[in-house]
Design a protein around this ligand. Structure first.
Ligand code: PRP
Ligand code: HPA
Ligand code: MG
Length: 165
């Protein structure tokens, strides 16, 4: 991915609110989803919240890794594929969930596995946006989203001291 200049830190409360907002939209898109396929690891957290809101009990994972060192994307590696039972009818009625789409490479790979599934992410950047059916918040391509599970409480330098700290 390209160099990121801005940061968008997300608290647990904000993530919960945004994932719940996504669930509201998905509830309006279809009466019932056959299953949720979540893209690990980031998709596990919104998938749990959405499954709770929509009453979905069948949850599958597709395990993909690509960002190895902070914001450096390497080759996409599929560590675990989707169960063949869920690949029937090209994924019609299946909901794919991830935390975000950035370049769209992960979304394109999973979309090819389930072409008729509905793809939902909590956050989207412009390059990935066309690959997603439903999302909540868009941030610019040069923004890095910091998820609550990657953050801790640290001292913040006063604004008057400037970025030098
Ligand atoms: O649109 P893209 O540029 O493909 O990037 C988006 C993907 O990158 C992150 O996953 P990552 O591969 O870092 O693994 P993780 O979910 O285990 O953190 C994120 O959770 C998305 O799945
Ligand atoms: O902006 C991001 N934040 C966290 N993980 C990511 N993986 C790709 N882009 C991002
Ligand atoms: Mg991921």
């Amino acid at each position: 991915m390209s160099a990121t200049e801005k940061s968008f830190p997300v608290s647990w409360e904000q993530f919960h609110r945004d994932a719940r907002a996504l669930a509201w939209r998905l509830a309006g898109a279809r009466a019932e989803w056959k299953a949720i396929v979540c893209i690990t690891r980031g998709g596990l957290v919104p998938a749990a919240i959405i499954a709770r809101e929509l009453g979905t009990r069948l949850i599958e994972t597709v395990c993909i890794a690509s960002y190895h060192d902070y914001n450096e994307q390497g080759d996409l590696k599929v560590l675990k594929e989707i169960s063949p039972a869920l690949l029937e009818n090209e994924g019609d009625g299946i909901l794919i969930v991830d935390d975000l789409t950035d370049t769209g490479k992960t979304a394109a790979l999973v979309r090819a596995m389930l072409p008729k599934a509905h793809f939902a992410t909590v956050y989207a950047k412009p390059k990935g946006r066309p690959l997603v059916d439903t999302f909540i918040t868009e941030v610019s391509q040069d923004t890095w989203i910091f998820f609550p599970w990657d953050l801790g409480l640290t001292f913040q330098a006063p604004i008057a001291r400037g970025s030098a700290g």
